[in-house]
Design a protein around this ligand. Structure first.
Ligand SMILES: C[S@@+](CC[C@H](N)C(=O)[O-])C[C@H]1O[C@@H](n2cnc3c(N)ncnc32)[C@H](O)[C@@H]1O
Ligand code: SF4
Length: 407
């Protein structure tokens, strides 16, 4: 998920107040789900905090009293009751439970949340239902229970196959545990399994990353996400870099790693469909993320979760205790919201779609910027000839610059 760090990380922006019943302007409510509807559920608990991570997640000691893992499913179901009275989409196309570590919850609690979503809006029979999981937090039995509750896809945070890199990242699992968990997920009946990798960690060698790529390929998964390490302000890792204990990541190394990922994954039968995401077939692509990237509607349940329905974007209070208290008082946990202007929506749509292999019609972007990006070798000439913007491999390495050019 890391592709949506803006959803969950850092401080919350200011905005307009959210009505206490969580209701939306009537035009937005009426349009809910017309171009697809996704539900995100945030689970803000982790057994320990990885030094690089600034997601909205809490260890038991960070949490203090007030919000418990045991009571969490009921709190989410209380937000869902408010959500149901605010909008009535025809059906739910995808559900994504992310974190934090969703698999710290009892699998039956995750099942109860799914049942609640189904009762509220109806989950489509062919829906994609994903949960993120930490490799060390699942067992074959747990995975079978998730399958029984209707989960169709699992996304495991592997990060690396190198013990030294896992140590620098503060990961708690052994190098072999993530591929093993992927095999267990397949055995439990999960057709769709993703492994997340992080590249460019200080100390990671080209051989380390080649080993990580071999391990994900050998695990037989149908989806891989590979993210360049982002050094987030305020994290333990950022502090270690400031003190000179760890070197800062290098852009050149990150570019080399990206090229290594593209080469190894393509040879193994994967194709990229978004700058950081590869899948073995169209069916294996993450439909939930594709809904985000094509500006569909989604409701984000949980502390700090962001939502977007019909051009209204809002975000919940960040701390699990504050979130639970609002819901206990029967009040929307929405912290603030903003009504996107047509220009906001146009710019966001370009920013997200440029990163997709499916690209964006040239007619929707700045013509001079696109022409320059083509001349710089950043856009595919054949797609350009057909009136569509599609990044070349070099363009994928410089995607942020292309976005600046064509917005
Ligand atoms: C927030 S985690 C949640 C999943 C689960 N807790 C885990 O870590 O396995 C989702 C993914 O975000 C990515 N991620 C988190 N922080 C990151 C950072 N600072 N830089 C790059 N990727 C990051 C990791 O690949 C991770 O698997
Ligand atoms: S386990 Fe995942 S969510 Fe939790 S701190 Fe580590 S990267 Fe962040």
């Amino acid at each position: 998920m890391a592709v949506h760090t803006w959803r969950m990380a850092g401080a919350l922006p200011d905005g307009d107040p959210v009505p206490s019943d969580g209701s939306l302007p009537s035009a937005a409510a009426a349009s809910a789900g017309k171009t697809g509807f996704a539900v995100y559920v945030h689970v803000p608990f982790c057994a320990s905090r990885c030094g690089y991570c600034d997601f909205n997640t809490y260890t038991a000691s960070e949490l203090g009293g007030g919000a418990s893992r045991e009571g969490y499913a009921d709190t989410v179901l209380a937000e869902l009751a408010l959500a149901k009275s605010a909008i009535n989409p025809e059906k739910v196309d995808t559900v994504f439970v992310g974190g934090g570590t969703p698999t710290l919850l009892d699998a039956d609690d995750l099942g109860r949340i799914l049942d609640g979503i189904d009762r509220a809006w109806g989950i489509a029979p062919d829906a994609e239902i994903t949960t993120e999981a930490n490799p060390e937090s699942v067992s074959p039995e747990y995975l079978r229970t998730l399958r029984r509750h209707g989960f169709t896809r699992i996304s495991l945070g592997m990060q690396s196959a190198s013990p030294a890199v896992l140590r620098i990242l503060d990961r708690k699992h052994t190098a072999g545990r993530a591929p093993q968990a992927a095999l267990e997920a397949r055995a439990a009946g999960f057709e769709h399994v993703n492994l997340d990798l992080i590249y460019g960690t200080p100390g990671e060698t080209a051989d380390d990353f080649a080993g990580s790529l071999r391990a994900v390929i050998d695990a037989g998964v149908d989806h891989v996400s590979a993210y360049s390490l982002i050094v987030e302000d305020g994290t333990r890792m950022a502090a270690r870099m400031r003190r000179g204990e760890l070197p800062y990541p290098s852009d050149d190394v990150a570019a080399d790693r990206y090229l290594a990922a593209e080469t190894a994954l393509t040879e193994a039968g994967f194709s990229w469909y978004e700058v950081s995401n590869w899948a073995t077939s169209a069916d294996a692509r993450c439909r939930h993320n594709l809904l985000y990237w094509t500006s569909a509607d989604w409701w984000g349940l949980g502390p700090g979760a962001h939502s977007h329905v019909g051009g209204v974007r809002w975000w919940n209070v960040k701390h699990p205790t504050a979130y639970a208290k609002r819901l206990l008082d029967g009040v929307s946990p929405g912290h603030a919201r903003e009504l996107l202007t047509a220009e906001d929506r146009r710019v966001e749509d370009i920013m997200l779609r440029v990163r997709l292999r499916a690209g964006i019609p040239l007619a929707r972007v700045d013509a001079a910027g696109a022409k320059q990006a083509l001349a710089d070798g950043l856009l595919d000439p054949a797609a350009y000839g057909e009136g569509r913007l599609e990044l070349t491999l070099r363009g994928r390495l410089l995607a942020d610059g292309v976005i600046r050019d064509v917005v």
